[in-house]
Write a protein that binds this ligand. Sequence first.
Ligand code: FES
Length: 118
Amino acid sequence: MLVKHAVLAIDELPCGEMRTVMSGNVSIVLARTADGAVHALRNRCSHMGARLEFGRLERLVVGGEVGRYELAEEFVLRCPWHGYEFSLLTGRCVADPGGLGVRRYEASVEDGMIVIDR
Ligand code: FES
């Protein structure tokens, strides 16, 4: 059963930034994208365990052919150690969608607080 946990005031997470919070004994990275949406991923890379809080929040780069790339609407959290990118929408590694993934939590804003379901 999922329980809602208020973890941070929304005012403390500007668009384009990330914050790390503890929910019980679980470290969670909160990321707020340019559109104001809040996302929550577990703060541990599933590749070799890096703390994702030291990674970067970026738009996903996509390209269908060599030398031609564009920015997608989707945002990813890029791991600081080896650069694997995890979708904020699914937690899946974009280069390995059937394999590596990071636990993702539903996040919402209620009464000025970011609330995650865990
Ligand atoms: S530890 Fe994250 S990509 Fe290797």
